[in-house]
Design a protein around this ligand. Structure first.
Ligand code: DQQ
Length: 537
């Protein structure tokens, strides 16, 4: 079948064709990174779900293998849904995933590698004793899925959580086992929230700069299709998790990404002593368009994730390995973009549709910032940005990048900042910095979903004067990091003219205050090497 590759990605993970969704079972084993993911082997729409499998030694270039987990028994005959890998103390990896059983119930199954000597772990064996966790009488059997990586307490007992719901309340249901085979529900859930079904929970420790350990709990909300996280204290003895008081559950919670990023999962990378986050970005075109182009869904660039030194949020940064694809380099320093609608082109890249841009913007006259309406805090960054898009004249900003811009500048995706004066003086930053991705002019094509995405960036611009931005541009992906990894926004766009070497890159300023590009480094990005290897049996 024909695959339309015009807007396929060069360095964001994609299989050669068909539908993908959640990253699953991500892990590192004997020098090899494993990425499994939800996959439809037959079409570019969701369905027939199996675990596709790819391996890499650098998280950049991939060998595509045959699906690792696919329906084989009554415990998963209607689909192999999301789950996680756990590396046992003897080094054996075990996968636990949700099977849709013969009765349509969601049950949890385990699978073990057939051959531990194969570093690619191509084949997986499911013991006959599956399922290992079935929904009890009190549990909603159609909302009981996505087991996390398990962790072992000092008492030797394994724990994991499973996403579920009871009416409108989402739960991270806790289960325990001594042998990874017999599991029993704990009396209390690890946590819950009034936010509907909790899909793809993730729970893991992070080091705090004050010496201790915090635990992060992330959940994916199927009602709104966004994720949020909290962090706080986890006590092994009582199996209780108490988020830090300043953190909100639900809509006002912190997010890994304020754009198109869902069903994410982390793993501990023992080789590089870091935690790495994978997340799925779906398409923003129509299902009919996906069928026509023959593919749907990408994985975001894997991100290193850690707790900020100030302890207020997590920080994320594309794994350093991605920089191995950087090629030809363009540098700009101290370039003024005067207020009132000026812009200039960043020339010299061969492939501005496939590039990595790092910039630092200096606000020249912060006094021009308009007051921040306190009601906007409650309304949320996205509402503010939707009302005051990239073309709205402001005091300080909007300024930033136009990426994937066409010759006549009619197609362009804006990644920008707007700065406001904060009204109150409670010791916080004097200014509110808003980061937005505005795709409203990104394409001539119709029937696209073009939401504005936005988040606040916790930078003190009175102190630093500068706002850093990194944007990874990849044909139909615009993945941006503001404030050195404080705020991330991934957006999917579908230009018709700003395609391939026709795409252009600009810096713009629609605010009143002048802005200086203190530095801008843009790199052409090479394409990831993808090799397909099919098992000969
Ligand atoms: N996708 C999987 C589910 C999960 C959802 C099915 C999240 O296991 O809850 O493909 O995107």
């Amino acid at each position: 079948k024909h695959v339309d590759d015009k807007l396929r990605t060069g360095f964001h993970f994609q299989p050669p064709k068909h539908w993908i969704n959640d990253p699953n079972g991500v892990m590192y084993y004997k020098g090899v990174y494993h990425l499994f993911y939800q996959y439809n082997p037959k079409a570019a729409v969701w369905g027939n779900i199996v675990w596709a499998h790819a391996v890499s030694t650098d998280l950049v270039n991939w060998v595509m293998l045959d699906p690792a987990i696919y329906p084989t028994g009554p415990f998963d005959e209607n689909g192999c849904w999301s789950g996680s890998a756990t590396v046992l103390p003897d080094g054996t990896p075990v996968i636990m995933y949700t099977g849709i059983d013969a009765d349509g119930r969601q049950v949890q199954n385990v699978a073990y590698p057939k051959d531990l000597a194969d570093p690619y772990l191509r084949e997986w064996v499911k013991p006959d004793y599956n399922p290992v966790i079935a929904p009890d009488a009190g549990v909603n059997a159609t909302a009981f899925r996505d087991p996390t990586t398990a962790w072992q307490g000092p008492d030797g007992v394994w724990r994991l959580v499973i996403g579920t719901k009871d009416n409108h309340r989402g739960f991270a249901a806790l289960y325990r086992s001594r042998d990874f085979r017999h599991w029993a529900p704990a009396r209390r859930a690890l946590h819950s929230g009034d936010t509907g079904m909790w899909e793809c929970p993730d729970f893991y420790p992070v080091a705090s700069s004050t010496g201790g350990t915090k635990h992060v709990l992330k959940v994916s909300l199927d009602l709104t299709r966004f994720e949020y996280y909290t962090f706080g204290e986890y006590d092994h003895a009582s199996d209780t998790y108490v988020p830090d008081a300043a953190l909100a559950d639900g809509n006002d919670g912190l997010r890994y990404d304020y754009g198109n990023f869902y069903a994410s999962k982390t793993f501990l990378d023992p080789a590089k002593h870091r935690r790495v986050l994978w997340g799925w970005a779906n398409e923003s075109d129509s299902t009919a368009a996906d069928v026509l182009k023959g593919w749907a869904g990408v994985q975001a660039i894997p991100r290193k994730i850690w707790l900020a030194p100030d302890g207020k949020q997590l920080l994320q940064w594309p794994v350093a390995e991605i920089e191995s694809l950087r090629g030809n380099h363009v540098n700009i320093t101290d370039a003024l973009v005067s207020g009132g609608g000026s812009y200039f082109e960043v020339n010299g890249l061969a492939t501005p549709a496939q590039a990595d841009v790092e910039a630092s913007f200096q606000v020249m006259d912060v006094d021009k910032a308009e007051p921040f309406d306190p009601a906007w805090r409650g309304a949320g960054a996205q509402t503010v940005c939707a009302a005051r898009g990239a073309d709205t004249k402001g005091g300080v900003g909007p300024f930033g990048l136009w990426v994937l811009a066409s010759d006549e500048l009619k197609e362009r995706t804006a990644v920008f900042f707007s700065v406001f004066k904060r009204g109150t003086d409670d010791g916080g930053n004097k200014h509110v910095v808003l980061m937005c991705t505005d795709p409203s002019r990104s394409s001539y094509a119709e029937h696209l979903y073009k939401p504005t995405f936005a988040g606040f960036v916790d930078v003190d611009i009175a102190e630093t004067g500068k706002i850093p931005l990194r944007t990874l541009i990849d044909h139909s992906v615009v993945e941006s990091f503001g404030g050195h990894g404080k705020t991330a926004i991934l957006s999917r766009v579908y230009p018709t003219k700003a395609v391939g070497d026709k795409a252009r890159l600009f810096v713009f300023n629609n605010g009143e205050s002048d802005v200086k590009v203190a530095s801008l480094n843009a790199y052409d990005m090479g394409s990831a090497k993808i090799r397909t290897e099919t098992l000969q049996i």
